[in-house]
Design a protein around this ligand. Structure first.
Ligand code: 13P
Length: 251
């Protein structure tokens, strides 16, 4: 019942020209998607351009990489949920570990962003994940559940389709190391159990859980074979049409 979602997080990469070349190449490689969805989250300056290129392919959606929770006003450098909607976004990433580590994002700012996104009809892709130290200290589960509870605090969710969660172990991001599919699946089943506690079984069963961290054409099939893994959030391997196309076409 959960439609697989393969989402590209381009981070701070790509010029307009590079983006156009990549998306045109990607569209030529993947036909109409029937049993899966894809998304591209480019940096803000490319949303309009990439959105126009994707307009003819509704199964590949547009997403922002962050937002601010106010609608408008004197917040230099920020972008709001109504602005992301205006440019055609369906998704928005919230609480990526790079934003938490480098730009002071906290669980409580994530909670405000998740609520703002949902109030304006955007689907947040909420990111959680543990550091290497936390993993080695056996604190993975405690850490991700606490990030999760913090960011979902006070949220009223009437449908699980309005939330996506990405579990991204920080030590696996951009390093070429991945969690084992079995271990990732175990952590994600705990996230689903926490969703059930917070919102009930029906809604928990609808929320898509993505794995992120060095996802590549060579490992996507093994992750997608796991019961609790409904998709992937892909960084480096989403910048090339050939590799992202293969990821979308997982078997
Ligand atoms: P990599 O796929 O480059 O490891 O990045 C993962 C990520 O951070 C996606 O949000």
């Amino acid at each position: 019942m959960r439609i697989p979602l393969l989402a590209a997080n381009w981070k701070m990469n790509m010029t307009r020209r590079e983006a156009r070349v990549m998306v045109e190449d990607l569209l030529a490689r993947v036909g109409d998607l029937r049993d899966r969805e894809a998304a591209i989250c480019p940096p803000f300056h490319l949303l309009s351009e990439v959105g126009s290129l994707l307009a003819a392919r509704p199964s590949i959606r547009l997403g922002g990489q962050d937002l601010y929770w106010k609608d408008s006003g004197a917040f230099t450098g920020e972008v709001s949920a109504p602005m992301l909607r205006d440019v055609g976004c369906h998704f928005v990433i919230v609480g990526h570990s790079e934003r938490r580590a480098l730009f002071g994002e906290t669980d409580s700012s994530c909670a405000q962003k998740v609520t703002a996104a949902q109030n304006h009809g955007l689907v947040p892709i909420l990111c959680v994940g543990e550091t290497l130290e936390e993993r080695e200290a056996g604190r993975t589960q405690e850490r991700v559940v606490s990030q999760f509870r913090g960011a979902l605090q006070g949220l009223a969710l009437d449908s699980g389709e309005r939330l996506v969660v990405a579990y991204e172990p920080i030590w696996a991001i951009g390093t070429g190391k991945t969690d084992s599919p079995e271990e990732a699946n175990r952590t994600m089943s705990l996230l689903r159990a926490t969703l059930a506690e917070l919102f009930g079984e029906r809604i928990a069963a609808q929320v898509r859980l993505l794995y992120g961290g060095s996802v590549k054409p060579e490992n996507i099939d093994a992750f997608m074979a796991c019961r609790e893994i409904d998709g992937a959030l892909v960084g480096g391997a989403s910048l090339k049409a050939e590799s992202f196309a293969r990821i979308i076409q997982f078997q």
